[in-house]
Write a protein that binds this ligand. Structure first.
Ligand SMILES: [Mg+2]
Length: 215
């Protein structure tokens, strides 16, 4: 897809994701400070506004603009990690005018690697990585000719599996780790937010372009 189509897709996705902020706030409140709802809500709003203001952007410009908007929208660790991850993802992308499945893999892998490094976290620590890394693996493993929605469905399955597999574990990073054993039994809020992002992306993917912008 070209830059305009990518902006429209991101816009639809983030509009849908912003509808899940109450759920994310409640999940975060159970194990932390409950700010994840605000972080995601303000992040979605800031990225959408910034992308609307770009004129004929390339995919790299879109990702970099989204990175800066996401990082600056809210002073939270999650916003900094996602913004920093997207910035690294933008650097990994070439200067092409089109954004294809291979670019999505390059971007997503760079985001996950950067979050792992900067967050000093690995799969199994019960963070966003437990949903993100398996979903990126599913993207990488998808057959070349597979339909986009089938690939997205496989990514969502893998991400949900990561949340389910770590719910019974204790959080090893972030504020939730302070709870120790009491964090066990709660789904990780950051990993759940990533699942909700992928679900929003899958819904946005099927929405007609003429419903893309507005509010
Ligand atoms: Mg929090």
């Amino acid at each position: 897809m070209n830059g305009a189509a990518l902006v429209a897709l991101i816009d639809r996705t983030l509009k849908l994701l912003a509808e899940r902020t109450d759920e994310l706030r409640d999940l975060d409140a159970a194990v932390g400070d409950g700010d994840l709802g605000i972080t995601v809500g303000k992040g979605c709003e800031a990225v959408r506004a910034r992308l609307h203001a770009l004129e004929d952007p390339s995919p790299v410009q879109i990702v970099k603009a989204a990175a800066i908007s996401a990082a600056n929208a809210n002073p939270s660790t999650m916003a900094a990690l996602v913004g920093g991850g997207l910035l690294a993802g933008g650097k990994a992308l070439g200067e092409a005018n089109l954004f294809e499945r291979a670019d999505a893999l390059t971007l997503a892998r760079a985001v996950a690697d950067n979050i792992a490094t900067r967050g000093k976290s690995a799969v199994g620590d019960k963070t966003i990585l437990d949903a993100m890394v398996p979903s990126v693996d599913a993207l990488e493993a998808s057959p070349v000719g597979a339909p986009d929605l089938a690939v997205l469905a496989a990514m969502i399955d893998a991400a949900r599996g990561g949340v389910e597999a770590t719910t019974s574990l204790q959080n090893q990073r972030g504020r939730a780790a302070w709870l120790g054993a009491r964090s066990a039994g709660h789904p990780d809020p950051g990993a759940t937010a990533y699942v909700r992002f992928l679900e929003a992306l899958a819904t946005a993917w099927t929405a007609p372009d003429n419903q893309s912008t507005g509010e």
